[in-house]
Design a protein around this ligand. Structure first.
Ligand SMILES: CC(C)(COP(=O)(O)OP(=O)(O)OC[C@H]1O[C@@H](n2cnc3c(N)ncnc32)[C@H](O)[C@@H]1OP(=O)(O)O)[C@@H](O)C(=O)NCCC(=O)NCCS
Length: 195
């Protein structure tokens, strides 16, 4: 009955489809923190990244084993962004690798991506790294100014392939064709050297 009443009310509002009925600005709390097991299903973002469930689990496993970190940007309780750090892959070059940076589309352009990168760099410094490195797909060149503003510079290219299995068991092979960017971080403590 309430629904019928509400419909009747809307019938009387002469607003074209998509027309505004209210406008305003809301301010939401943001926390950048390490991921917890509870985040993993929610980081699939309502199905968008469900095919990547295995990759998300792998990133979390790296954090649990100490080989990496998985950071989330929690906005009002929702994990609206993430970035992963791999301490192992280029340790021999003294570099921490940032990967899988992404922000859920409705939350983009609010500074979350920059905050995530900065937090990942702080994690890398705390682990004794003096450099971070990341790859940008050659078909994602529009993101380059974002990283340049954060102090990243081109340092080469990388190509190859990686694969993952979807929850349905399908093996997906993905070609890698990337620019490599790096950044020298502030003075780092000596933990890396000690390990
Ligand atoms: C890249 C990404 C994480 C940035 O997140 P964000 O929260 O929007 O970042 P910020 O708000 O800190 O910065 C946004 C700035 O980067 C620019 N930017 C980032 N990615 C861009 C893209 N693909 N195309 C155009 N501009 C882009 C925005 O235009 C914006 O610039 P402005 O401040 O001058 O308006 C987000 O766009 C994203 O998730 N993209 C899809 C996944 C991806 O490409 N990840 C990077 C893999 S290397």
């Amino acid at each position: 009955m309430a629904g019928v009443a509400a419909n009747r009310q809307i019938d009387h509002i002469d607003t074209p489809a998509g027309g505004s009925l209210d406008r305003g600005t809301i301010v939401l709390p943001v926390t950048i923190r390490t991921a917890s097991a509870d985040d993993l299903p929610r980081l699939e973002w309502f199905g968008l990244h469900t095919p990547h469930r295995g990759i998300i689990a792998h990133a979390y496993g790296m954090q649990q084993s100490g080989a990496g970190a998985m950071l989330v940007a929690e906005v009002s309780g929702f994990p609206a962004g993430q970035v992963c750090v791999d301490f192992a892959r280029k340790r021999h070059q003294g570099r921490a690798t940032l990967w899988a940076l992404r922000v859920f589309e409705p939350f983009r352009g609010q500074g979350l991506g920059a905050r995530l990168v900065t937090a990942a760099e702080r994690v890398a410094v705390a682990r004794g790294f003096r450099h971070t490195e990341l790859g940008v797909d050659r078909d994602n060149g529009r993101v380059l100014p974002f990283y340049e503003r954060l102090g990243y510079e081109a340092c080469g290219t990388e190509s190859g392939q990686y694969s993952y299995r979807t929850p349905d068991g399908v093996l997906v092979r993905v070609p890698i064709d990337q620019w490599l960017l790096h950044k020298m971080l502030g003075t780092a403590p000596s933990r890396l050297a000690a390990e």
